[in-house]
Design a protein around this ligand. Structure first.
Ligand SMILES: C[S@@+](CC[C@H](N)C(=O)[O-])C[C@H]1O[C@@H](n2cnc3c(N)ncnc32)[C@H](O)[C@@H]1O
Length: 306
């Protein structure tokens, strides 16, 4: 349930970049200016295109999400956006940066939302235990309606964030991964020496989610991708917190579909060996089973003839 107050004015676009909300403006900048412009408590920089903001406004029009987790605070714009759109009963946002965003602290105080809107700093989305602790201590044991990952956009950390937080999403809840497609964006992203050329692409995560939707629709009901977003809808299955691992949850009939990535830490190496090992073992045991069935059938037919 959200705290949606129908007496509050609906956000209105003043032009393609400025969304005017009740007493607070949001400047949507999706280019280099996001680094230089600063937020104030009445005018926030939000690193999203107008198109993306409109998607959020449209997608939940039937029922605004009441419990929201976002990864990636930056200048506070998306926290202000989600608050202005939905007034959720609980809006928790985390960022790896240890220093609080002053404009956001002022905004939360001004609107008197200190208990509902909780920006938390110094939390790394690649830290499974830290994320679990955030979910366990900030949502009063209730499942979350919406999780938005707009953090570092690296494969391993995004997968860890998914594994850690997805179990806390309610059945039918939405998990959004923003800006996943950077390896496919045109221009500088395609050039040698371009950004993140040494990083494994997020595309692997998109493929894994699609494979999970095909293998376990009770866990992932659907996956929708656009240039800007991956939108995952959770199925009705209970997913055990702490034990969920996306990469070992889908079936592949022994095939390897995703780039394994280059292990950069001993933990990555262990995960890779486990992943390849379990995929291979699953394929092998299926082959042995099928061969066994074939041999048993042939033996029965042979015995029947003799
Ligand atoms: C694209 S910005 C977020 C923009 C914001 N959501 C918005 O729409 O205005 C990405 C943010 O993720 C944070 N970040 C980067 N790596 C992270 C990590 N490993 N864990 C958590 N946050 C991280 C950065 O500090 C930065 O503030």
């Amino acid at each position: 349930m959200s705290m949606n107050d129908s007496s509050r004015a609906e956000p209105v676009w003043i032009d393609d970049e400025v969304l005017s909300c009740a007493g607070t403006d949001l400047i949507a900048v999706f280019d280099g200016r996001s680094q230089t412009l600063e937020s104030t408590s009445r005018r926030f920089v939000v690193v999203k295109s107008r198109h993306m903001i409109d998607w959020y406004a449209r997608h939940f029009v039937e029922g605004p999400p009441g419990r929201v987790l976002e990864i990636g605070i930056f200048k506070g714009g998306s926290v202000a956006l989600f608050e202005e759109l939905w007034h959720p009963a609980r809006l928790v946002a985390v960022d790896i940066e240890p220093r609080p965003v002053a404009a956001l602290a002022e905004y939360v105080e001004r609107i008197g939302a200190g208990d509902r809107v909780r920006p938390l700093y110094g939390i790394d989305q690649g830290d499974h235990d830290a994320l679990r602790a955030v979910l366990q201590t900030n949502f009063d044991g209730e499942p979350v309606d919406l999780i938005v990952d707009d953090g570092c956009h690296y494969l391993d950390e995004s997968r860890t964030a998914f594994n850690s937080t997805f179990p806390y999403l309610r059945a039918g809840g939405t998990y959004v991964i923003e800006d996943w497609g950077w390896a496919h964006w045109p221009g500088v992203w395609q050039q040698n020496g371009g950004p993140w050329r040494d990083k494994p692409a997020m595309t692997t995560l998109a493929f894994e989610l699609v494979m999970l939707a095909a293998s376990r629709p009770d866990v992932v009901e659907s996956v929708e991708t656009t240039q800007e977003l991956i939108v995952v809808r959770k199925g009705p299955a209970v997913v055990t917190a702490g034990a969920f691992d996306l990469s070992t949850s889908y079936l592949t009939a022994g095939r390897l579909f995703v780039e394994a990535g280059f292990p950069r830490t001993p933990r990555d190496a262990c995960r890779l060996v486990r992943h390849v090992g379990s995929t291979y073992t699953r394929g092998l045991s299926r082959t042995i089973e099928e061969r066994g069935r074939g041999l048993r059938g042939r033996a029965r037919r042979w015995l029947g003839r003799s």
